[in-house]
Design a protein around this ligand. Sequence first.
Ligand code: ADP
Ligand code: MG
Ligand code: ZN
Length: 492
Amino acid sequence: MNKIIAKSGTEYYPTIGLEIHAEMKTKTKMFCRCKNDPFNSEPNTHICPVCTGQPGALPFVNKQACKNVMKVGVALGSDLADFSEFDRKNYFYPDIPKAYQISQYQYPLVSGGELVGVGLERIHMEEDTATSIHKGDRTLVDYNRSSVPLMELVTLPVIHDADTAVRFARELQLLLRTLGVGGASLEKGEMRIEANVSVSTVKPKEVFDGDFSNFGTKTEVKNMSSFKMVRNAIEYEIARQIAILEGESNDVLVQETRGWDDNKGRTFSQRSKESADDYRYFPDPDIPKYRFSDLPEFSREALQKELPELPWDKRERYARDFGIKSEDIEFYLQNPQFDTLFGEATAKLSSQDEYKKLSNYISTDLAGFEKSNKDEHKGNLENISGGELAEMVQMIDRGELSSRGAKDMLLEMYKNGGTAQSIAEKKNLIQKSDEGEIKKIVEQVIAENQEQVAQYKAGEEKLLQYFIGQGMKLSKGSANPGVLAKLFKQML
Ligand code: ADP
Ligand code: MG
Ligand code: ZN
C-alpha cells in the first residue's frame, strides 16, 4: 500500500478512483442517423432535429454502440445488464441542447470486472456533448459531436498511486483500440480521464468493502490530455492535499472539481461539486426499454465470438511462442502495422533465434526509419512484405547476408520495396563464404600489414579484429566475417 510520510511524521494514504469517458466508434450517432464523425467535417454538418434537441424529435438507440460497450464488459469479465433503460441527466449548458444529457443511472450496461487488478464499479452508455469554440468574446457551438456515443467507465476507489492509475488508463486505451470500439486518443479528446483523489491517515483495507467512510475529502481532477499529464496531475493533487492537512498551505480542502494547468504544473479550482441529486435523473420516456435476453446477438456467447485476441492473451502467446522481450511485445501491441509484418514473417520462420533476430530488425531498425525525419529514411511500411523479411532473416542464417548488409536491405525494402534476393543482387549485399575466394583476401591483408602481423604473432591477439576489418574493407563488405576470422587464425 502506497504511503507518504510527511515531515511531521504523519502517514498519508492516497486513494484514487477513475472516471473515464471514451467515444465509441460507430457509423452513426447514439440516438439518430447522423454520421458519427466529430473531428473531420465543417462544423454543424452532421446534425438533425434529434441531436440538436428540437422539440418533438424522437431518439432511437444505436445497437452497435451498446454492443461496443458490452464487448468491453465481456473482455473485462464483468456482469452484463439484462435490462436497458436510459435516464435524463438534467443540466443547462449551450453544448447540451436538450438541457439534459441522455445517460444511464440505475441500469448501467456493464457492472464489475477488473483491469490490471483494478476493480470496476460500472460502465454505462451515454451521449457526448457538442463542442464549444471560443473566439474572442464570442462562443461558437459545433453540434457534430452532440450525441456521439460515449461510454463512461467508473473504477472502485482501489488505486493508491499515480503509476497504477496511468497503467489502468493505458491498458484501457489499448483494449478499446484492440476491440476496434474506439479511437481512444487522449490528445484528440476521444478518451477523457478524470481522477478522483483523496488522502487519509487511515490505512485503506487491502480489499475494498464498499465503505468510503475512512477516505479523505475527494477532489475530481480533469483536463489532462496525455498520460504524462494524468500522472503529474494526480501526484500534484496528492501533495497539495497533504500540504493542506499539514497546515503548510493556505489552500482549502473541499469536495470540488479541479482543472489541471499543464503550463503551471498545478491544479486549480473550477467548481464546487454538485451532488448527484442536483441532476434530477429520471428515466427517459422517449426511449424504448429492452431486455437483452430477448436479443440473441447481445448474449455473452455471441459477443465473445466477436472479440479478437485480447492484449493480455497476446502478451502471453508472444512470450511463449516467440521468446521475444517484453518491450518488443508492447511495441507490437501498440503498433498494429508492425505487428502484422511480424506475424506474416514469423509464419515463415521456425526458431526462437530467428523470431528474436526478426523482431530486432522490426522494432529497432524499421521502427527507427519510421520515426526518423531524415530524407534518407523516407519510405513506407506498405512497401515491405513479411515474407521478404523472413527471407532476409534466413539469408543471415545461411551466412549469405551480414548484419550490416541486412540493415541496407531493410532500408531499401522500406524505400522502394523488392524481394530480399533481388535487393541483395542489385546492391551487391551477398556475403561471400567461399573459402577459396576469401583466402586470397586474407593473403593480401597479411602481405600488406607485416608490422601488425609481427605484433599479432608476438601475442597481441586483439589485432584479429583489425585484420577482419581490413578483410571486410578489401572485399567491400562482402566477405563473411566468420570465415575471415577462421582463415586468419589458420594462416597466422
Ligand atoms: P461523483 O458522483 O462525485 O462523480 P462517485 O461516487 O460517482 O462521485 O465516484 C466517482 C469516482 O470517485 C469513483 O471512481 C469512486 O470510486 C471515486 N471516489 C469516491 N470517493 C472517493 C474518495 N474519497 N477518494 C477517492 N476516490 C473516491
Ligand atoms: Mg463524477
Ligand atoms: Zn442527428
